[in-house]
Design a protein around this ligand. Structure first.
Ligand code: ADP
Length: 253
Protein backbone atom coordinates (compact mmCIF):
# COMPACT_ATOMS: atom_id res chain seq x y z
CA UNK A 1 0.00 0.00 0.00
CA UNK A 2 1.56 3.25 -1.17
CA UNK A 3 -0.78 5.61 0.60
CA UNK A 4 1.60 6.62 3.34
CA UNK A 5 0.25 9.35 5.54
CA UNK A 6 2.75 11.34 7.50
CA UNK A 7 2.08 13.71 10.39
CA UNK A 8 2.13 17.29 9.22
CA UNK A 9 5.44 18.80 10.27
CA UNK A 10 6.92 22.16 9.53
CA UNK A 11 9.86 21.98 7.17
CA UNK A 12 12.38 22.90 9.86
CA UNK A 13 10.95 20.19 12.13
CA UNK A 14 11.32 17.47 9.54
CA UNK A 15 15.04 17.24 9.16
CA UNK A 16 16.68 15.72 6.12
CA UNK A 17 15.36 12.21 6.65
CA UNK A 18 11.79 13.43 7.07
CA UNK A 19 12.06 15.44 3.91
CA UNK A 20 13.42 12.45 1.99
CA UNK A 21 10.54 10.31 3.21
CA UNK A 22 8.03 12.94 2.08
CA UNK A 23 9.62 13.00 -1.37
CA UNK A 24 9.63 9.22 -1.56
CA UNK A 25 6.00 8.98 -0.49
CA UNK A 26 5.08 11.53 -3.15
CA UNK A 27 7.02 9.59 -5.84
CA UNK A 28 5.37 6.33 -4.79
CA UNK A 29 1.96 7.97 -5.00
CA UNK A 30 2.74 9.15 -8.54
CA UNK A 31 3.90 5.64 -9.49
CA UNK A 32 0.72 4.15 -8.08
CA UNK A 33 -1.42 6.57 -10.11
CA UNK A 34 0.57 5.78 -13.23
CA UNK A 35 0.14 2.05 -12.67
CA UNK A 36 -3.61 2.43 -12.01
CA UNK A 37 -4.01 4.48 -15.18
CA UNK A 38 -2.04 1.92 -17.17
CA UNK A 39 -4.16 -0.96 -15.89
CA UNK A 40 -7.36 0.97 -16.59
CA UNK A 41 -6.20 1.64 -20.16
CA UNK A 42 -5.28 -1.99 -20.73
CA UNK A 43 -8.58 -3.28 -19.47
CA UNK A 44 -10.47 -0.71 -21.55
CA UNK A 45 -8.53 -1.60 -24.69
CA UNK A 46 -9.10 -5.31 -24.16
CA UNK A 47 -12.74 -4.90 -23.33
CA UNK A 48 -13.70 -2.87 -26.41
CA UNK A 49 -12.91 -5.53 -29.04
CA UNK A 50 -14.29 -8.25 -26.76
CA UNK A 51 -17.60 -6.39 -26.49
CA UNK A 52 -17.88 -6.27 -30.29
CA UNK A 53 -16.91 -9.93 -30.63
CA UNK A 54 -19.43 -11.04 -28.02
CA UNK A 55 -22.20 -8.83 -29.38
CA UNK A 56 -21.81 -9.79 -33.03
CA UNK A 57 -21.32 -13.48 -32.23
CA UNK A 58 -24.63 -13.35 -30.37
CA UNK A 59 -26.57 -11.83 -33.27
CA UNK A 60 -24.79 -14.09 -35.77
CA UNK A 61 -26.15 -17.12 -33.91
CA UNK A 62 -29.77 -16.01 -34.21
CA UNK A 63 -31.80 -18.29 -36.48
CA UNK A 64 -33.21 -15.41 -38.52
CA UNK A 65 -29.82 -13.96 -39.49
CA UNK A 66 -29.48 -13.92 -43.28
CA UNK A 67 -26.36 -15.12 -45.09
CA UNK A 68 -25.31 -11.62 -46.11
CA UNK A 69 -25.61 -10.26 -42.57
CA UNK A 70 -23.84 -13.30 -41.21
CA UNK A 71 -20.91 -12.60 -43.51
CA UNK A 72 -20.80 -8.97 -42.33
CA UNK A 73 -20.87 -9.96 -38.65
CA UNK A 74 -18.16 -12.56 -39.12
CA UNK A 75 -16.07 -9.91 -40.87
CA UNK A 76 -16.39 -7.59 -37.86
CA UNK A 77 -15.61 -10.43 -35.44
CA UNK A 78 -12.49 -11.26 -37.42
CA UNK A 79 -11.38 -7.61 -37.57
CA UNK A 80 -11.79 -7.19 -33.81
CA UNK A 81 -9.97 -10.47 -33.12
CA UNK A 82 -7.05 -9.21 -35.25
CA UNK A 83 -6.97 -5.95 -33.23
CA UNK A 84 -7.04 -7.93 -30.02
CA UNK A 85 -4.17 -10.16 -31.03
CA UNK A 86 -2.10 -7.12 -32.15
CA UNK A 87 -2.76 -5.48 -28.81
CA UNK A 88 -1.77 -8.55 -26.82
CA UNK A 89 1.42 -8.83 -28.89
CA UNK A 90 2.28 -5.18 -28.25
CA UNK A 91 1.60 -5.48 -24.53
CA UNK A 92 3.76 -8.57 -24.31
CA UNK A 93 6.53 -6.75 -26.15
CA UNK A 94 6.37 -3.77 -23.78
CA UNK A 95 6.30 -6.01 -20.73
CA UNK A 96 9.41 -7.81 -21.94
CA UNK A 97 11.16 -4.50 -22.52
CA UNK A 98 10.13 -3.26 -19.07
CA UNK A 99 11.77 -6.27 -17.49
CA UNK A 100 14.84 -5.83 -19.68
CA UNK A 101 13.96 -9.30 -20.80
CA UNK A 102 15.12 -8.87 -24.35
CA UNK A 103 18.49 -8.63 -25.92
CA UNK A 104 19.80 -6.14 -28.43
CA UNK A 105 22.07 -7.82 -30.92
CA UNK A 106 23.96 -5.21 -32.83
CA UNK A 107 25.86 -5.82 -36.01
CA UNK A 108 27.27 -3.62 -38.78
CA UNK A 109 24.52 -2.83 -41.26
CA UNK A 110 24.91 -1.38 -44.76
CA UNK A 111 22.08 1.10 -44.54
CA UNK A 112 20.98 1.65 -48.13
CA UNK A 113 20.26 -1.98 -49.08
CA UNK A 114 18.87 -2.62 -45.58
CA UNK A 115 16.35 0.24 -45.86
CA UNK A 116 15.52 -0.67 -49.48
CA UNK A 117 14.65 -4.15 -48.22
CA UNK A 118 12.26 -2.74 -45.63
CA UNK A 119 10.74 -0.36 -48.22
CA UNK A 120 10.23 -3.28 -50.58
CA UNK A 121 8.32 -5.25 -47.94
CA UNK A 122 6.11 -2.25 -47.29
CA UNK A 123 5.52 -1.39 -50.95
CA UNK A 124 2.37 -3.49 -51.35
CA UNK A 125 0.66 -1.74 -48.42
CA UNK A 126 1.61 1.62 -49.91
CA UNK A 127 0.38 0.69 -53.37
CA UNK A 128 -3.04 -0.09 -51.89
CA UNK A 129 -3.18 3.55 -50.79
CA UNK A 130 -1.63 4.94 -53.98
CA UNK A 131 1.24 6.22 -51.89
CA UNK A 132 4.91 6.33 -52.71
CA UNK A 133 8.05 5.89 -50.64
CA UNK A 134 11.18 7.84 -51.51
CA UNK A 135 14.49 6.74 -49.98
CA UNK A 136 17.36 9.15 -49.84
CA UNK A 137 20.40 7.39 -48.39
CA UNK A 138 24.03 7.64 -49.54
CA UNK A 139 25.51 4.27 -50.42
CA UNK A 140 28.53 4.58 -48.11
CA UNK A 141 26.65 4.69 -44.79
CA UNK A 142 26.95 1.88 -42.26
CA UNK A 143 25.68 1.63 -38.71
CA UNK A 144 25.99 -0.78 -35.85
CA UNK A 145 22.43 -1.71 -34.93
CA UNK A 146 20.10 -4.59 -34.19
CA UNK A 147 18.63 -5.19 -37.67
CA UNK A 148 15.48 -6.96 -36.47
CA UNK A 149 14.56 -4.43 -33.76
CA UNK A 150 15.41 -1.49 -35.95
CA UNK A 151 13.24 -2.84 -38.75
CA UNK A 152 10.36 -2.80 -36.30
CA UNK A 153 11.08 0.85 -35.50
CA UNK A 154 11.05 1.86 -39.17
CA UNK A 155 8.01 -0.28 -39.91
CA UNK A 156 6.00 1.20 -37.03
CA UNK A 157 6.83 4.70 -38.31
CA UNK A 158 5.91 3.72 -41.89
CA UNK A 159 2.64 2.14 -40.73
CA UNK A 160 1.72 5.39 -38.99
CA UNK A 161 2.83 7.55 -41.91
CA UNK A 162 0.54 5.51 -44.17
CA UNK A 163 -2.31 5.38 -41.67
CA UNK A 164 -2.44 9.13 -41.09
CA UNK A 165 -1.94 10.25 -44.72
CA UNK A 166 -4.18 10.65 -47.75
CA UNK A 167 -3.73 8.70 -50.98
CA UNK A 168 -1.31 10.15 -53.56
CA UNK A 169 1.00 11.58 -50.91
CA UNK A 170 4.62 10.60 -50.33
CA UNK A 171 6.65 9.21 -47.47
CA UNK A 172 10.33 10.13 -47.39
CA UNK A 173 13.11 8.28 -45.59
CA UNK A 174 16.14 10.48 -45.44
CA UNK A 175 19.47 9.33 -43.99
CA UNK A 176 22.51 11.50 -43.40
CA UNK A 177 25.60 11.61 -41.24
CA UNK A 178 26.46 14.65 -39.13
CA UNK A 179 29.24 14.89 -36.54
CA UNK A 180 29.65 11.10 -36.68
CA UNK A 181 25.98 10.64 -35.83
CA UNK A 182 23.38 9.12 -38.06
CA UNK A 183 20.17 11.03 -38.64
CA UNK A 184 17.31 8.96 -39.99
CA UNK A 185 14.17 10.88 -40.84
CA UNK A 186 10.81 9.40 -41.71
CA UNK A 187 8.58 12.16 -43.05
CA UNK A 188 5.04 12.12 -44.37
CA UNK A 189 2.67 14.62 -45.96
CA UNK A 190 -0.25 13.54 -43.85
CA UNK A 191 -2.70 15.13 -41.45
CA UNK A 192 -0.06 16.03 -38.88
CA UNK A 193 -0.26 16.24 -35.10
CA UNK A 194 -1.50 19.30 -33.18
CA UNK A 195 1.27 21.03 -31.21
CA UNK A 196 -0.41 20.41 -27.86
CA UNK A 197 -0.32 16.63 -28.43
CA UNK A 198 3.30 16.41 -29.56
CA UNK A 199 4.88 16.06 -26.10
CA UNK A 200 2.62 13.11 -25.27
CA UNK A 201 2.53 10.96 -28.40
CA UNK A 202 5.28 8.58 -27.20
CA UNK A 203 3.27 7.76 -24.07
CA UNK A 204 1.58 4.39 -23.84
CA UNK A 205 -2.06 4.45 -24.98
CA UNK A 206 -1.86 8.10 -26.04
CA UNK A 207 -3.78 8.83 -29.21
CA UNK A 208 -4.56 12.18 -30.72
CA UNK A 209 -8.13 11.42 -31.70
CA UNK A 210 -9.15 8.37 -29.76
CA UNK A 211 -12.15 7.21 -31.76
CA UNK A 212 -10.60 7.90 -35.17
CA UNK A 213 -7.32 6.24 -34.24
CA UNK A 214 -9.17 3.23 -32.92
CA UNK A 215 -11.16 2.89 -36.13
CA UNK A 216 -7.82 2.85 -37.95
CA UNK A 217 -6.70 0.01 -35.75
CA UNK A 218 -4.39 1.52 -33.16
CA UNK A 219 -4.28 1.32 -29.39
CA UNK A 220 -1.62 4.00 -29.02
CA UNK A 221 1.26 1.64 -28.25
CA UNK A 222 3.20 1.79 -31.53
CA UNK A 223 5.24 4.90 -30.75
CA UNK A 224 5.88 3.85 -27.14
CA UNK A 225 7.49 0.69 -28.54
CA UNK A 226 9.43 2.71 -31.12
CA UNK A 227 10.86 5.03 -28.46
CA UNK A 228 11.83 2.16 -26.17
CA UNK A 229 13.52 0.26 -29.01
CA UNK A 230 15.45 3.33 -30.20
CA UNK A 231 16.61 4.15 -26.69
CA UNK A 232 17.61 0.54 -26.05
CA UNK A 233 20.04 0.94 -28.94
CA UNK A 234 21.45 4.14 -27.50
CA UNK A 235 19.55 6.45 -29.83
CA UNK A 236 17.05 9.26 -29.47
CA UNK A 237 13.85 10.09 -31.33
CA UNK A 238 12.13 13.43 -31.89
CA UNK A 239 9.05 14.52 -33.71
CA UNK A 240 8.10 17.69 -35.54
CA UNK A 241 4.74 18.17 -37.14
CA UNK A 242 2.41 20.68 -38.73
CA UNK A 243 -1.30 19.92 -39.00
CA UNK A 244 -2.31 19.22 -42.60
CA UNK A 245 1.27 19.59 -43.81
CA UNK A 246 2.97 16.51 -42.40
CA UNK A 247 4.96 14.85 -39.68
CA UNK A 248 8.67 14.04 -39.41
CA UNK A 249 10.20 11.58 -36.96
CA UNK A 250 13.95 11.92 -36.59
CA UNK A 251 16.07 9.17 -35.06
CA UNK A 252 19.63 10.01 -34.06
CA UNK A 253 22.01 7.10 -33.56
P1 ADP B 1 -1.65 4.19 -32.80
O1 ADP B 1 -1.61 2.71 -32.65
O2 ADP B 1 -2.91 4.82 -32.31
O3 ADP B 1 -1.27 4.65 -34.18
P2 ADP B 1 0.92 5.23 -31.91
O4 ADP B 1 1.56 5.12 -30.58
O5 ADP B 1 1.62 4.60 -33.07
O6 ADP B 1 -0.55 4.68 -31.75
O7 ADP B 1 0.69 6.76 -32.20
C1 ADP B 1 0.10 7.59 -31.21
C2 ADP B 1 -0.74 8.68 -31.86
O8 ADP B 1 0.14 9.60 -32.54
C3 ADP B 1 -1.68 8.16 -32.95
O9 ADP B 1 -2.92 7.79 -32.42
C4 ADP B 1 -1.80 9.36 -33.89
O10 ADP B 1 -2.82 10.21 -33.42
C5 ADP B 1 -0.47 10.09 -33.72
N1 ADP B 1 0.46 9.82 -34.85
C6 ADP B 1 1.49 8.95 -34.86
N2 ADP B 1 2.16 8.99 -36.03
C7 ADP B 1 1.54 9.91 -36.78
C8 ADP B 1 1.76 10.43 -38.11
N3 ADP B 1 2.75 10.00 -38.89
N4 ADP B 1 0.91 11.41 -38.54
C9 ADP B 1 -0.10 11.85 -37.76
N5 ADP B 1 -0.36 11.41 -36.51
C10 ADP B 1 0.45 10.45 -36.03
Amino acid sequence: DFSVSLPKLRKDEMGELGESIMILAHDLELLKNERDEFLASISHELRTPLTYIKGYAEIARRKDTGVEDLDKYLGIIHEEAVKLSKLVKELFHLAKMDENNFSIEKEPVHLRPYLLGIAEKFSLALKENQMELVLNCPDDLYSCLDPIRFEQVILNLLVNARKYSDPFTKIMIDVSEMNSKLHIKVADQGKGIPEKDLPRIFERFYRVEKSRARALGGAGLGLAIVKQLVEAQGGTIHVTSRPNVGTTFEIIL
